[in-house]
Design a protein around this ligand. Structure first.
Ligand code: HEC
Length: 135
């Protein structure tokens, strides 16, 4: 009889561990919170990596941007008019992570997920007029 009780307790503990494990791994996949610190990091990375094409002001008229076909996106457009993202933050993140085939927009997966989210939040700040963004 005692053995069974012990078994049940052990099974209980095990499923708790599994449940916590799943919860934690999902938390890691969720976008990090948009903080001023993350935005500042995004801005710095943008200036280092993206502005030659997308321009410091985000209008796509950087020194490289003007000679590209197709040209880089003009981030000053209302967010829901962006060709790929269509107002969806996760899609901006995906474009940065995977690139756009057959264009100058390459993937940036050598940067960490957190860094890519920083840039995601930063480029969306260019959009005018400000549209409420969905996550
Ligand atoms: C070598 C030039 C170049 C660089 C550098 C570059 N991009 Fe792009 N990017 C492009 C081009 C060109 C497009 C448009 C491709 C198209 O029209 O399909 C684009 C499109 C995008 C889009 C898609 C917007 C939309 O929804 O339509 C995002 C987001 C983006 N770039 C972010 C970035 C970020 C962030 C960086 C820096 C890490 C970056 N790009 C660096 C050329 C560049």
């Amino acid at each position: 009889m005692k053995k069974w009780v012990l078994m049940l307790v052990m099974i209980g503990c095990l499923s708790l561990f599994v449940a916590f494990g799943i919860a934690f791994s999902q938390a890691a996949k969720a976008p990090p919170e948009k903080t001023s610190e993350l935005l500042a990091m995004g801005k710095k990375l943008y200036e280092q990596n993206c502005s030659p094409c997308h321009a410091p002001g985000g209008d796509g008229k950087g020194p490289l941007g003007t000679v590209l076909k197709p040209p880089p996106r003009d981030f000053n457009l209302p967010f829901d008019q962006w060709t790929h993202a269509k107002g969806d933050l996760k899609k901006v993140f995906d474009v940065i992570s995977k690139g756009i085939p057959n264009t100058a927009m390459v993937k940036w997966d050598q940067l960490s997920e957190r860094e890519r989210w920083g840039m995601t939040y930063f480029v969306v700040e260019f959009a005018k007029p400000k549209t409420p963004t969905k996550k």
